[in-house]
Design a protein around this ligand. Structure first.
Ligand SMILES: [Zn+2]
Ligand SMILES: [Zn+2]
Length: 446
């Protein structure tokens, strides 16, 4: 008798290369196939010969740590479809381009080519069934999806095959400013894969946003520019809307790709909270927001505005544009805050609001610490993942018999696991039997 197994090919005990396979007698369902942004890129430890044996591939969202290894499946013989939403499929093109750029900038080479990217065939979840409704992904395999509030198009999954039920949270947040999250119907899964990227962090979004507001206020009132480097889609759009409301007098300089992301988001109403379209429209028609068309205009805008909020692409600051802004802000201490001494001190600031991988330029700046002649660099998270309190809440609704905590380094995941066990989540009258902190290559019997 072969048991159903969950194989961890990436994503547990680390940030990146999310990739899991639920493996039964007849069926094998893969959840995500992402990369890790370290070195020249790290890929799931999935054995290539297994690709053609997959029954279905379910993709949670477009971020590279969940999607950028998908072409490897086709290179290795997978001929089936990738289930995802239209909004996710639409965003993937831009992620493939920036992943390519990232790998080359590190002196590496992509392990697949353009042909493999073009081979991917998508199947759209929302064409088959609405959120919260079962659909057949293949004879004997049922799936259900819901919005995960992490990014437009991002979803969680419940999958059933061979008498076993799996829940995969994807990257999950109930606290986005703009995006709506569906709460899965109360359910007991045999195995649950849960986003716990913020490990022991318990701060809710309002606390995080207040810290961000105070720091931005401090920089702007001293006459400095605030640079917010963000991914092309996702928290960048949330932060633009939030910042334009918090600082209604301030000029904002927004790079075209991020701005287009906001325009696009305004059309994706099915992913938004009820009040979000009005908030977005307000920003789209603001006369304080400027989108530079070229390098000359970018410099002119920076020179003209005393203290601006700047939003540019690449949350980890590896892109040439993000680095250019950093250099500019370091070289051009803002002139308005003069009065003290020679006026040489730099009032500009960079605020990283998401994960910074080791080896990234953003991480390098954070580790280096403040230097007199450069702008300051701060790390203040905008919440797009789950910390331990969100995991507790999810465990109440969806108590997996076995729970795998994912998306954070192993030592941090160990702490959360230890804490949840101490709190009694796995005691014998509980439906949760085990909470796991695992690493790539691990296998669980389901
Ligand atoms: Zn994500
Ligand atoms: Zn992720």
């Amino acid at each position: 008798m072969m048991m159903t197994k969950l194989r961890i090919w990436g994503g547990a005990g680390e940030h990146g290369r999310s990739c899991y396979v639920l493996e039964g007698k007849q069926h094998r369902i893969m959840l995500d196939c992402g990369v890790k942004k370290e070195g020249t890129g790290q890929y799931p430890v999935f054995p290539p010969q297994e690709a053609e044996r997959l029954t279905a591939v379910l993709l949670s969202h477009a971020h590279e740590d969940h999607s950028m290894a998908l072409p490897l499946l086709y290179k290795n013989g997978y001929r089936g479809e990738v289930w995802t939403t239209k909004a996710t499929a639409e965003q993937l093109g831009s992620y493939f381009r920036s992943w390519h750029t990232y790998v080359e900038s590190r002196g590496g080479k992509l392990p697949y080519d353009e042909q493999d990217i073009e081979s991917i065939t998508y199947r759209y979840l929302e064409d088959e069934a609405p959120s919260g409704v079962w659909q057949e992904a293949s004879p004997g395999v049922r799936i259900m999806w819901g919005r995960s509030g992490h990014l437009a198009g991002a979803v969680w999954y419940v999958a059933e095959m061979e008498g076993k039920r799996l829940f995969f949270s994807g990257d999950y947040s109930r606290e986005s400013e703009l995006l709506v999250a569906d709460v899965p119907e109360p359910n007991l899964a045999d195995i649950s894969i849960m986003d716990n990227a913020y490990d022991m962090d318990i701060d809710p979004q309002p606390v995080k946003l207040e810290r961000l507001r105070v720091e931005m206020e401090r920089i702007l009132s001293a006459g400095g520019h605030v640079l917010l480097p963000v991914p092309a889609f996702g928290r960048g759009q949330d932060l633009i809307v939030w910042a334009s409301e918090q600082f209604p007098e301030q000029v904002m300089i927004i790079e075209p790709d991020i701005w287009q992301g906001l325009q696009r988001l305004s059309c994706l109403k099915e992913w938004l909270r009820p009040e979000a379209p009005v908030r977005i429209e307000h920003v789209l028609h603001s006369d304080r927001i400027f989108v530079p068309r070229d390098a000359a205009e970018r410099v002119r805008l920076l020179e003209q505005s005393a203290a601006a909020i700047i939003v540019t692409g690449d949350g980890m600051m590896d892109s040439p544009r993000a680095r250019w802004y950093y250099q500019y802000l370091s070289d051009q201490p803002s002139s308005v805050g003069e009065g003290k001494g020679s006026g040489k001190s730099n009032h500009n600031g960079v605020i990283l609001t998401g994960h910074a991988s080791s080896g990234s330029f953003g991480k390098h700046l954070l580790e280096r610490g403040d230097q007199d002649d450069c702008c300051i660099v701060r790390h203040l998270i905008y919440k797009v993942h789950q910390g331990i309190s969100d995991v507790r809440q999810m465990l109440k609704v969806l108590p997996g018999k076995q729970v795998v905590l994912v998306h954070a380094p192993k030592p941090q995941t160990d702490l959360v696991r230890g804490e949840l066990i101490r709190e009694g989540w796995t005691e014998h009258e509980s439906s949760v039997k085990a909470i796991h902190s695992l690493e790539p290559g691990a296998t669980l019997n389901v």
